[in-house]
Design a protein around this ligand. Structure first.
Ligand SMILES: C[S@@+](CC[C@H](N)C(=O)[O-])C[C@H]1O[C@@H](n2cnc3c(N)ncnc32)[C@H](O)[C@@H]1O
Length: 383
């Protein structure tokens, strides 16, 4: 464990210079920011392991109603994906849609999880083929076939993955949730769940050095404070503004108080789809685990609004679990992607796809750096 409090930095120093700080410099920093001293000393410790290591092992992404890995494999058996892949040398998502009960979201989700599990491979032209372990155990003609032994206990294939069925209802539900986000977000249970999922990666992102020079940082859809809290505990950023839906703010405030940062982090009620955002002039905007809920056009519009609100020279950071370039892993991203595809129009993306979205919004000089586990900070500047 590494104590966050031992890494206090003087504002606006480039990371490499700040790393050279001696004890006396840290004392001076605390002297200059006396109100921060206590907060920094009250900081928590970073975990020694990325949460991904644990969640991948358990086959969960830590949502309150996660299907397990066995569900995904059982659904693939039920939809006859293995038999279809064996009958053709390789299959595409379109093939699965045409010949099974799955729709595009279902085919994409299940093939993603199977590939991350090593049961299928994915080629550069998005064709999926069975691996030998899948041939051994998931083809009916194999003497070792055990596909019929897998049960998705209590879990029929998700309606959002099925062709035709309930399509109207699903569309109506998606539209309603999009129009009325208050139905879904802001409860204590949901915020605690987000916090558990995202704090370790966000705290590690804060410690990456990326945010050391930011004077005013606005966290869009900042939720439980998974990013704003470690930021306030670690760095003397002059102004930190956490925005979220207005009805979520009371519960978020409680979480800030628990960490003693309620005076450092300003709360601002904001619906990210109402433009212009009423945020202060800022040189940094952070958007974590939010774009994955939306399609590319919506994500691009959100980033465009961030671009408009940033001062020239300001930076946008997007923090998401990313696919590796061939979209065949890691498993935690495949699971998160399957979750996003079942519930909304969202998806996990590769660094390249996120970079393309930032560029489409006007940003320049994009780059990425891994924060923790499968999480990547994808950043770009406003000229
Ligand atoms: C998955 S959480 C991410 C929270 C945080 N950024 C993190 O990484 O832990 C998504 C957050 O978006 C907020 N949210 C959902 N729809 C929103 C909207 N239209 N405008 C602003 N915030 C929204 C939710 O209340 C929730 O706190």
């Amino acid at each position: 464990m590494t104590n966050v409090s031992s890494q206090a930095r003087v504002p606006n120093l480039p990371p490499q210079k700040a790393d050279d700080l001696q004890r006396s410099d840290l004392a001076a920093a605390e002297h200059d920011f006396p109100e921060l001293g206590a907060v920094l000393r009250g900081g928590f410790e970073l975990p020694a392991h990325a949460l991904t290591e644990l969640l991948e092992l358990l086959g969960t992404k830590l949502f309150t109603r996660d299907p397990t890995l066995v569900h995904y494999v059982a659904w693939a058996c039920k939809a006859e994906i293995f038999e279809l892949a064996a009958a053709r040398t390789a299959i595409t998502i379109d093939d699965v849609c045409a010949h099974t009960c799955l729709n595009e979201a279902g085919a994409d989700s299940l093939l993603g999880v199977l590939t991350a599990l090593g049961l299928t491979t994915r080629s550069a032209d998005s064709r999926y083929a069975l691996t030998s372990i899948a041939r051994d155990y998931f083809l009916r003609r194999s003497p070792f076939y055990l596909g019929d032994q897998f049960r998705s206990r209590g879990g029929a294939i998700l309606p959002g993955y099925l062709r035709g069925q309930n399509r109207l209802w699903i569309k109506a539900r998606r539209r309603l949730l999009g129009l009325l986000p208050a139905i879904r977000f802001g409860s204590k249970v949901r915020l605690r769940n987000q916090h558990a999922r995202n704090l370790a990666a966000c705290a590690t992102a804060v410690r990456s050095g990326e945010f050391d020079c930011v004077r005013c940082l606005v966290d869009i859809a900042g939720g439980s404070g998974a990013f704003a809290i470690p930021l306030a505990l670690s760095l003397p950023t002059e102004r930190i503004v956490l925005t979220d839906l207005p009805q979520a703010l009371n519960n978020i405030r409680r979480m800030l108080v628990e960490h003693g940062v309620e005076k450092r982090v300003e709360l601002l009620g904001l619906n990210a789809f109402r433009y212009p955002w009423p945020i202060p002039s800022c040189d940094g905007i952070f958007i974590g685990n939010f774009l994955h809920s939306f399609d590319d056009a919506t994500s691009s519009a959100i980033c465009r609004e961030a671009f408009e609100r940033l001062s020239p020279g300001g930076k946008l950071w997007v923090h998401e679990m990313t696919w590796n370039p061939n979209k065949d892993g890691p498993l935690i991203t495949a699971l998160m992607h399957a979750g996003m595809r079942s519930a909304a129009l969202g998806r996990q993306r590769t660094v390249q796809e996120l970079t393309d979205i930032l560029r489409s919004a006007g940003f320049v000089n994009p780059y990425a750096r891994r924060s923790a586990g499968a999480y990547e900070l994808v950043a770009a500047s406003k000229p």
